[in-house]
Write a protein that binds this ligand. Structure first.
Ligand SMILES: Cc1cc2nc3c(=O)[nH]c(=O)nc-3n(C[C@H](O)[C@H](O)[C@H](O)COP(=O)(O)OP(=O)(O)OC[C@H]3O[C@@H](n4cnc5c(N)ncnc54)[C@H](O)[C@@H]3O)c2cc1C
Length: 325
């Protein structure tokens, strides 16, 4: 086990990274553990054939000065671009334009550029799935699946609430365990599809209302540079997801391709894949920007605390750091 750091963060999602960046900038030592091969959690991009496809978060907005500063840095350095100001709505078979003038941002290399940028200069240990956490003389000690141990004086959890309580229900008070259990995330299936030829449409994406299967369809390549291979990403709505949650990837993939072709017409698909997000988007939030117990030196952050979405996750971690550093 290495020397205990001031902060031990479990989860290198946007919230955990925003937290770690801020406390490190203030002079603290911090290490961040994540079970994934890379950072970013649901802000994820997959290499898919010749394409890079965002299969989790699709775009982000910036309504707070803190997150706008990150976006502005990305715009200046070229890893963020303004994608569109209007995403049309599909409703009852008709597409309705919805110009609201509010910029939606994307990353030309894929949305994982955002967490990668936040992780620069941080000590992030990937492929470290935490299976247990104990409180010992030296502070909190996290046990990874492969036997490694990591210690820190203050523990910050940036994992979905169900996983948080599995790891730490005996580290928080019973009242706080009850509070944390009120936050829930709902699941979603994503279909990734590479096309031989692009669709003959002018929309970058559609938000679907009252569609029996889909809630979102994006021509993902419109976020990339010129010449990017045409690719679609489709997300399922809550009712369809609930009815098909435990089906196999192959079954869901076939069903979603058929539904997509019913909606859009025949597709010249070269490759496709389904991905299940078991904890996709907040259904019920904590209604506070973060969780913090100063007596026990334990905190939690994530999109499920208050704001939801990419910006909400960032703000949750950032504001927790400002509150306790
Ligand atoms: C399909 C989908 C579409 C979305 N679309 C949008 C969108 O268009 N715009 C938008 O703003 N937001 C969107 N979101 C939401 C956005 O992705 C999230 O709000 C944000 O990424 C959440 O960040 P987070 O830090 O709270 O959590 P997460 O990204 O979930 O990070 C948690 C991290 O904890 C790690 N972890 C979990 N358990 C362990 C463990 N035991 N040990 C170690 N590490 C662990 C995970 O690997 C993960 O990296 C979407 C999400 C999904 C799934």
């Amino acid at each position: 086990m290495n020397e205990p750091t001031d902060f031990l963060v479990i989860g290198a999602g946007l919230a955990g990274l925003a937290f770690a960046r801020q406390v490190q900038a203030a002079g603290a030592t911090v290490q961040v553990l994540d079970k994934g091969r890379g950072v970013g959690g649901r802000a994820a991009t997959r290499r898919f054939g010749a394409a890079r496809v965002d299969h989790g978060a699709q775009f982000f907005t910036a309504r707070s000065p803190e997150f706008q500063a990150i976006v502005d840095a990305g715009l200046a350095e070229g890893w963020v671009k303004e994608w569109y100001r209007s995403i049309p709505e599909w409703r009852d078979g008709t597409i309705h334009p919805r110009p609201d003038g509010h910029p939606r941002y994307a990353c030309p290399e894929g949305i994982s550029a955002l967490p990668k940028h936040l992780a620069e200069g941080l000590t992030v240990i990937t492929e470290a799935e935490v299976q247990g956490i104990s409180w010992e003389d030296i502070g909190y000690v996290a046990q990874a699946k492969d036997g490694r141990q990591f210690a820190g004086t203050t523990l910050i959890l940036n994992v979905p609430p169900v996983q948080l309580l599995t790891l730490a229900s005996d580290l928080v008070t019973p009242e706080d365990a009850t509070l944390l259990a009120t936050a829930t995330l709902e699941p979603c299936w994503a279909l990734l599809a590479l096309l031989e030829t692009d669709l003959a449409v002018d929309w970058p994406a559609l938000e679907l209302t009252n569609h029996p299967v889909f809630s979102w369809i994006a021509r993902d390549h419109t976020k990339r540079g010129p010449g990017a291979p045409p690719a679609l990403v489709a997300h399922t709505g809550p009712a369809w997801t609930a009815a098909h949650l435990e089906e196999s990837q192959a079954t869901v993939e076939a069903a979603l391709i058929a539904e997509l072709e019913t909606l859009l017409g025949p597709l010249a698909l070269s490759q496709s894949q389904a991905h299940r997000w078991r904890y996709a988007k907040p259904l019920t939030a904590l209604d506070q920007p973060y969780f913090w117990d100063g007596a026990r030196q334990i905190g939690a952050c994530g999109d499920w605390c208050e704001g939801g979405r990419v910006e909400g996750a960032y703000l949750s971690g950032h504001r927790l750091a400002l509150a306790i550093e």
